[in-house]
Ligand binder design. Structure first.
Ligand code: PNW
Length: 493
């Protein structure tokens, strides 16, 4: 396990002081330069409850829609489930130490609604003390290790009795969120939702994720309830908890940037793509309180309508912008499609937009993260942006012998190039990036794709539950060490 880091190109001496000795600025130099002055910048890795915890039927946890979906044959790769996953429920102490040992000062995790607030046999939701204690232990261990917990309230594992198509989910979510605000005042960073466009479009559109509903328009009803639930939770936090806790609350919106396929004739199509993917959520929350005009025009009565009171509640309902991004694509005008565009991965030049990762949708396009950051900065002007997920799986990694899988130079190249683009957005365009989280700390249950796709900085042997840091984890450790040393130097000078 002695993969060499020498080639990674860290300058041996502090480059700013000995510029004459360093032939060329490396991506790492630029990344350190962009962030070393921000001592409160959150550097972390991310996880989600259902993907890592396991113990699906332990200690009073109710089933979630992902238990039902993955236990139904034919829904997931080789019918794999999150029953065990990374056994984080039991192994969290070592994993929390790992976070700190990689040099991270933050950790993104989500809470399982059905573990902490399960439905009782009498049809009433009540706090489950064992669930509460589990998350208390994790959060306190993080804090003891000087790691800031960044907590997602909902990362897809909806209690099995609930449904995003039904209005009753809105007050249920608000109650659940309030229970968390009250129970965990030590948490200072909350995300209401992770990637609503993923779980609404996959869960109620293509049907490839739980609860497996196939429909053209139900995803917009899902989204409507999600937006109302988000606004209510934020209103409760602001009214009763934020001042005492000194916390922040926001939402995470994913987008794989759409570049115009033909720079002169597909600009409008690219804007439609931004509207249908980002504007769907971000226009109501950060701009107008309502959906983009393009969506209303094109979807007509298939897009639900907000009341004036809901618009007022939605507008400004986020203290920061959480973004997840992995890839990018080309967008071409298409009058035959309802949305007005089609997505392509091959450009006018006949070339694919980037190298392929393992997931079929994941092409490596480092400029995509910069484009998304700048788009959000200029259109929505949030006070701060946290990149709450970014990462990749490596072609063939699951089939490789351990030693080869650990030498994940493909992933190191990914992080280096993407972070170089984040640095450029900060240095050249003044984008207020306040945190960055790699997806993921561990290889984990990749939803319907099961365990075959590995996004971890840490390799997990699913037979023994042993963990092994990959080269990418060592790369982060070196980068973050360098960052700390240069920050100290700056202060000293
Ligand atoms: C995110 N796409 O999902 C989720 O937040 C994570 O839970 C997941 O493990 C991770 O990314 C890796 O897939 C996405 O098709 C799934 O563009 C699919 C897409 C994007 C994000």
């Amino acid at each position: 396990m002695t993969a060499s880091l020498a080639w990674i190109g860290f300058p041996l001496v502090v480059s700013s002081l000995t510029a004459w000795a360093v032939p060329q600025e490396t991506p790492e130099d630029r990344i350190v330069k962009a962030f070393r002055g921000q001592s409160d910048f959150l550097w972390g890795s991310a996880t989600a409850s259902y993907q890592v915890e396991g113990s699906w039927d332990r200690d009073g946890r109710q089933e979630s829609i992902w238990d039902v979906f993955s236990h139904t044959p034919g829904n997931t790769h080789e019918n794999q489930t999150g029953d065990v996953a990374d056994d984080f429920y039991n192994l969290y102490p070592a994993d929390v130490s790992r976070v700190a040992s990689y040099g991270f000062n933050a950790f993104r995790m989500s809470i399982s609604w059905s573990r902490i607030l399960p439905l009782g046999p009498d049809g009433v939701r009540r706090p489950n003390i064992e669930g509460v204690n589990f998350y208390k232990r994790v959060i306190h261990l993080l804090l003891d290790n000087k790691v800031t917990p960044f907590v997602t309230i909902f990362h897809w594992d909806l209690p099995a009795d609930l449904d995003w198509l039904s209005e009753s989910v809105v007050p249920a979510f608000a109650d659940y969120a309030e229970f968390l605000f009250e129970t965990f005042p030590e948490v200072k960073h909350w995300l209401t939702f992770n990637e609503p466009s993923s779980f609404c479009a996959n869960g109620y559109g293509s049907g490839t994720h739980a609860p497996g509903v196939k429909s053209k328009y139900k995803q917009y009803r899902c989204g409507h309830h999600v937006l109302k639930a988000h606004a209510q939770a934020v209103a409760i936090y602001r009214a009763k908890y934020q001042q005492v806790a000194h916390g922040k609350i926001g939402i995470t919106l994913n987008y794989d940037f759409g570049f115009p396929w033909n720079g002169s004739s597909d600009q409008d199509a690219a804007q439609l793509h931004h509207d249908f993917n980002v504007g769907w959520w971000a226009d109501p929350i950060y701009l107008t309180g309502d959906y983009p005009a393009s969506m209303k025009d094109r979807l007509g009565s298939n897009l639900p309508k907000f009341t004036e009171a809901e618009i007022a509640m939605l507008k400004g309902s986020s203290g920061f912008y959480g973004m997840n991004t992995y890839s990018a694509m080309y967008v071409k005008a298409d009058v035959s499609s309802e949305k007005g565009f089609t997505e392509l991965r091959v450009g006018v030049d006949g070339k694919e937009i980037g190298k392929r990762a393992a997931s079929p949708w994941l092409y490596v396009v480092p400029t995509g993260i910069r484009a998304y950051l700048e788009y959000v900065h200029f259109r929505y002007q949030p006070q701060s942006i946290y990149v709450t997920e970014n990462g990749c799986d490596v072609p063939g990694e699951n089939e490789m012998p351990l030693e080869q899988a650990l030498n994940d130079t493909f992933r190191v190249d990914f992080y280096r190039a993407y972070l170089d683009n984040v640095a450029a957005a900060v240095l050249n365009s003044g984008v207020p990036v306040k945190g960055y989280f790699a997806w993921s700390l561990l290889d984990n249950y990749e939803w319907a794709d099961g365990y075959q796709l590995r996004f971890g900085l840490t390799y997990v042997n699913y037979t023994t539950q042993e963990r092994y840091p990959k080269l990418s984890a060592k790369w982060f450790k070196l980068l973050l060490n360098q960052m700390v040393r240069q920050s100290q130097l700056e202060i000293a000078i």
